[in-house]
Design a protein around this ligand. Structure first.
Ligand code: TXA
Ligand code: MG
Length: 389
């Protein structure tokens, strides 16, 4: 397939043509990648099973993982969903357009059953990116769009990431520059009594949600990520992996094994059970209370890996980059500004792949605010291999 490519300068007129052509492709049942304020999405007409099937085929995405439906205005929403609780309306008023996906009761027949993966609900969001909004409005249909990466790979935050993964497999790519936040939207469902349950942490933090709804709970699949629970994990793990511990056993990760469903739990958000964002090298997250111990341990493991002949990498923060000697050291920006970490995480993981790094140690960050979503993605990218030193 010949993939069209439009470079769009938001301040210039050529944008109109590009958007019109891309919208036509969508109307004809094609797939178009476009920027949003979170990551690049791969869109298709949500009402057409034929079109949506093209998304699953291009990404190699498992069919039981539902897609988010993107809209440009509230009139579109009314055609997609049944009446919903007040809390949902308040969330829309406050956070739309923006990085919040709300799981709502689907109107039967409103979208292709492929979009909902057979669920009675549909995840909807109104993206806060001018190009995304114009494309959806011009196409005149709701647009189903997962992140525009091959399944299992880190989500794309630049058009070139989409190209790497999907050139030749999709109809077109609208290049509107870097995506904004760098991590996907927060996905919530409503619970009785006016609250919400976070199914996937993201651009809208727990604290922001709490300003609008009665109570906010975390899905069971995220409990291990909850800072309130991590103290217990900390001591348990510390015994296993002390700084003097032998090299931790590194499981071989090969691209063919992705995505692999975990059988440990059945999350409410089907997408959360698949391996995601994983680089091709072995990635482990390292956490601990003492800077000295963390640095010493990472350096000792990097030395061992180098001795084995592995190309090594460290993912850390601006304040600490000088502490490490590895083949590739990448900074995610200041530890005091985790929005930068969110912004650079996926590009960093892709960089390690590009440089064929085999052994990667990533420093954990504080799980406050957007840091909670950063750690969620980092843990998943590492296949939940977290070492406490
Ligand atoms: O920021 C984003 O949300 C990006 C951009 C492109 O908008 N999209 C995105 O889509 O991340 P995707 O397909 O990679 O992730 C969709 C997530 C999955 O975890 C999926 O399980 C969940 O949303 N989801 C979608 N519909 C759902 C539903 N009806 N019930 C529960 N979870 C749902
Ligand atoms: Mg995705």
């Amino acid at each position: 397939m010949n993939t069209r490519f439009w470079k769009v300068d938001l301040n210039k007129k050529d944008e109109d043509n590009a958007v019109r052509e891309a919208a036509r492709l969508l109307q004809e049942g094609g797939t178009v990648a476009f920027p949003t304020e979170t990551v690049y999405g791969l869109g298709a007409d949500a009402g057409s099973s034929e079109a949506v099937a093209n998304i699953f085929a291009a990404k190699g995405r498992p069919s039981d993982n539902p897609l988010i439906v993107h809209i440009a205005d509230r009139a579109q929403l009314d055609r997609l969903v049944e009446p919903y609780p007040d809390a949902a309306g308040r969330l829309m008023d406050r956070f739309w357009p923006g990085p919040l996906t709300i799981v709502l009761p689907a109107k039967p027949g409103a979208v292709s059953p492929l979009v909902t993966a057979g669920l009675p609900t549909v995840g909807v969001r109104m993206p806060a990116h001018p190009l995304a909004l114009r494309l959806i409005a011009e196409a005149g249909c709701a647009v189903a769009a997962p992140s525009a990466n091959r399944s299992g790979r880190p989500s794309p935050t630049h058009a070139r990431h989409v190209r790497e993964d999907l050139a030749g497999r999709i109809g077109g790519i609208l290049d509107g520059g870097p995506a904004g936040i760098g991590l996907e939207s927060t996905v919530v469902e409503l619970v009785d009594g006016g609250g919400v349950r976070i199914l996937r942490p993201g651009g809208i933090t727990r604290a922001q949600l709490q300003e609008v709804v009665e109570h906010v709970v975390l899905d069971e699949s995220l409990q291990a990520d909850d800072p309130a629970h991590s103290a217990a994990t900390f001591t348990a793990e510390a015994k296993v992996a002390s700084p003097s511990a032998e090299m931790v056993t590194m499981p071989e990760i090969s691209p063919e094994t992705l995505p692999s469903p975990s059988t440990a739990f059945v999350p409410r958000s089907p997408g959360m059970k698949y391996t995601h964002y994983a680089p091709q090298g072995d990635l482990h997250v390292v956490q601990g209370n003492s800077r000295e111990t963390i640095v010493e341990w990472i350096q000792s493991q990097i030395k061992l890996a180098s001795a084995r002949g592995d190309k090594t990498g460290v993912l850390t923060y601006a304040e600490y980059v000088d502490n490490f000697q590895a083949d590739v050291v990448i900074s995610l920006g200041s530890v005091h500004n985790l929005a930068e970490a969110a912004n650079g995480l996926y590009a960093a993981l892709r960089k390690f792949d590009e440089l064929q790094v085999r052994f990667i140690l990533a420093e954990a960050c504080e799980e406050q605010g957007i840091g909670f979503a950063v750690m969620n993605r980092l843990r998943r990218a590492a296949g939940h291999h977290v070492v406490t030193v």
